[in-house]
Design a protein around this ligand. Structure first.
Ligand code: SF4
Ligand code: SF4
Length: 207
């Protein structure tokens, strides 16, 4: 089985009303010599403050993903940052992440867990992909707690999601307790060799 390394997305979700929360090894076996680095995927929604759209009451359970307005779509992102981690993918089934690493895209601020240049990220990382309703079906490698993936699969929001708690501090505490988020425990891909990366597979993120 040939594997690909997928480095991705941008966790930035936050809007004033959303919580941005932001996203181990045996490398050995699965990731070995066949691994290649792939690009970044940016799942985040673009410009959130551009409209007068409102968050409809419990929109996440009353409407399908395709029916959400831009602001609602953005509000689903918890800012975990996990989608910006480099992961090893199966070349023959790219929807299936084999393993995540704790290595992030070069633009990630590993202390905060946020993209350092979100607005201009594609100037720096052209292959950072934006998550949309169209490409979501091909992104089932997203972490299991990701609201986009969960709603797509007919599951509910994680119980710590800001939309449910309505309290950013509580959400942050509960995400930490749930072991979710990359802030403070990731490392930049800059200067990282393929061999070193293969040694950084982690188990705290799973698709
Ligand atoms: S450019 Fe920013 S949003 Fe995109 S993968 Fe890198 S850190 Fe994440
Ligand atoms: S994994 Fe999902 S919830 Fe987390 S930052 Fe990426 S898009 Fe947002």
């Amino acid at each position: 089985m040939t594997l690909n390394l997928l480095n991705q997305s941008d966790p930035k979700l936050v809007t004033d009303s959303t919580a941005q929360a932001k996203a181990d090894s045996d490398v050995g076996s699965s990731v070995g010599a066949d691994a290649t680095v792939q690009s970044n995927v940016n799942l985040f929604p673009e410009n959130q403050n551009q409209s007068n759209e409102v968050l409809r009451t419990q929109f996440w359970s009353r409407f399908s993903l395709a029916e959400l307005n831009h602001r609602e779509w953005e509000a689903l992102c918890d800012g975990c940052g996990s989608c910006c981690l480099i992961k090893y993918m199966d070349d023959e089934n790219e929807e299936e992440v084999v393993e995540y690493t704790d290595v992030t895209c070069q633009l990630m601020d590993c202390a905060t867990g946020y993209c350092q240049h979100y607005d201009t990220r594609q100037e720096h990382v052209p292959d950072c992909i934006q998550l949309t309703m169209d490409n979501l079906p091909d992104m089932m490698w997203l972490p299991s707690h990701c609201a986009y993936k969960r709603l797509y699969k007919g599951q509910g929001l994680p119980n710590w999601h800001l939309l449910l708690t309505q309290d950013a501090v509580v959400t942050q505490q509960q995400m930490r307790a749930a072991n979710v988020g990359v802030a403070g425990r990731c490392i930049s891909e800059v200067g990282m060799t393929d061999e070193a990366m293969e040694m950084r597979i982690v188990t705290w993120v799973t698709p």
